[in-house]
Design a protein around this ligand. Structure first.
Ligand code: GLY
Length: 425
């Protein structure tokens, strides 16, 4: 079975041979981009090369780069636990910054390329290098003032892919990250029914008001989900059976309990380890709160599976061992363990008391208002975070309705104002 370590290498070598400079993953904490809390895509560290505020030839000696980027997305956080959603993931990407010098896939130089080279190489990498079969592809079908992507359609046909679906803006237009930046129509590659590789043709810049204007020169930004690719390559049932999660799975196999809980543990612990390695600490603010939230949810599920801190320590070690050769910043066990343990030990007390009270007062037959009030009470009197209460309710199939949410929010807002007044004397 081909291992994830080999695939990273194959990918980077394939593009290196084709004139791309290999660039390390940037930190999960964006360096110079206040528009986003965390790094969500490979192109993020290259934004200024698309707009020509920075010169790729000067910085990389090429208009082509390739990377394997650590990404963290919160959009699907509530879905984590099913077969395919993750917060942290790796993204394989190749990038071209304009102007287009040669769009010929046989040109292995260092000039900018566009749709033809990008599509030919994606096809070649998947089908020749990895021996996979493309199921179908999608292209941008045209919407509002962005036309149908006829070029991509023709290129796929020329290659011999016949199943090509046209889709709208929702599916086949990517970006920008944050509230402004480069973006454009995409063509997406599906393997075994899963979207694996997204090829973005950055032809536009979207400003803060949502207006599109043409970039001076178009560029390419591709992103391939590594866990999904490994699932297809290793023919596993879900991404969690790939070798990327193997060391964690081996430990969790010793515990009985719902698979959903184990997946949340695998995802949230791996994500926390990577975030902490990049210098993040849990806090009540913005990105720090994202880390706090996943650590707290992690503890909830560790508790349900009766996994103690010794086992947790083993799992942290297992993640570091699996990834540190490629991501050397992970080689910092003592610090990573300390940040996780400090946070969880403090929260453990709160969780114990909060859970006891939750079980005592939540009956499942209360009105929507009463449910909102009870969740608020658990928060103010026991410090039980609303996300944890919601998760527990979901598990018991108790609906925390829009109305319950509103009641909670109103009470919360009132409470906040009173606390503020008291603080200010
Ligand atoms: N930047 C391409 C993607 O995230 O899919």
């Amino acid at each position: 079975m081909i291992k994830s370590e080999e695939i990273r290498e194959l990918f980077l070598n394939f593009f290196k041979k084709r004139g791309h400079t290999i660039v390390n993953s940037s930190s999960l904490i964006p360096v110079d981009d206040p528009s986003v809390l965390l790094t969500t895509a490979g192109m993020q560290q290259f934004k200024k090369y698309y707009t020509r505020e920075k010169d790729p030839l000067k910085d990389f000696g090429s208009q082509r780069t390739a990377s394997i980027q650590k990404c963290f997305r919160t959009t699907d956080i509530d879905e984590v636990g099913d077969e395919r959603h993750l917060t942290f993931f790796e993204m394989l990407g190749n990038f071209s910054f304009g102007p287009v010098i040669n769009d010929d896939p046989l040109d292995f130089g260092n000039g900018g390329y566009f749709k033809k080279a990008a599509i030919y190489w994606a096809h070649e990498f998947l089908t020749k290098e990895l021996g996979l079969k493309i199921d179908y592809t999608t292209i941008f079908g045209g919407e509002k003032n962005v036309p149908l992507d006829e070029d991509s359609l023709k290129i796929w046909q020329e290659i011999g892919i016949n199943k090509i679906e046209k889709r709208g803006r929702e599916d086949n237009f990517w970006g920008p990250t944050g509230d402004e930046g480069p973006c454009g129509p995409t063509t997406e590659i599906y393997l075994e029914g899963i979207e694996v590789w997204n090829l973005v043709f950055n032809e536009y810049y979207q400003d803060k008001n949502g207006n599109l204007k043409k970039l001076e020169f178009p560029g390419v930004d591709t992103g391939m989900g590594f866990e999904r690719l490994m699932k297809v390559l290793q023919k596993t049932e879900t991404i969690f059976e790939t070798d990327l999660f193997e060391p964690l799975r081996e430990i969790l196999d010793n515990f009985s309990g719902e698979i959903r809980r184990k997946r949340i543990i695998m995802d949230h612990l791996r994500g926390s380890v990577f975030l902490i390695a990049d210098g993040l600490f849990p806090s009540n603010l913005e990105r720090g709160y994202i880390l706090r939230r996943i650590l707290r949810r992690l503890l909830l599920h560790l508790r349900f599976l009766e996994i103690n801190f010794d086992v947790l320590e083993k799992m942290i070690k297992a993640i570091i061992e699996k990834y540190k050769a490629f991501y050397p910043e992970l080689d910092n066990f003592d610090k990573i363990k300390k940040v996780i343990f400090d946070e969880l030990q403090v929260f453990n007390e709160t969780l114990n008391k909060g859970l006891r009270e939750f079980n005592k007062i939540i009956k499942g037959n209360e009105s929507e208002e009463a449910l909102g009030e009870k969740v608020f009470y658990l928060y103010t009197s026991y410090g039980l975070p609303v996300e944890i209460s919601k998760e527990l309710l979901r598990e018991q199939e108790i609906n925390f309705s829009q109305k319950a949410e509103e009641v909670f929010k109103q009470l919360f807002e009132k409470h906040r104002l009173i606390s503020k007044k008291e603080e200010n004397g």
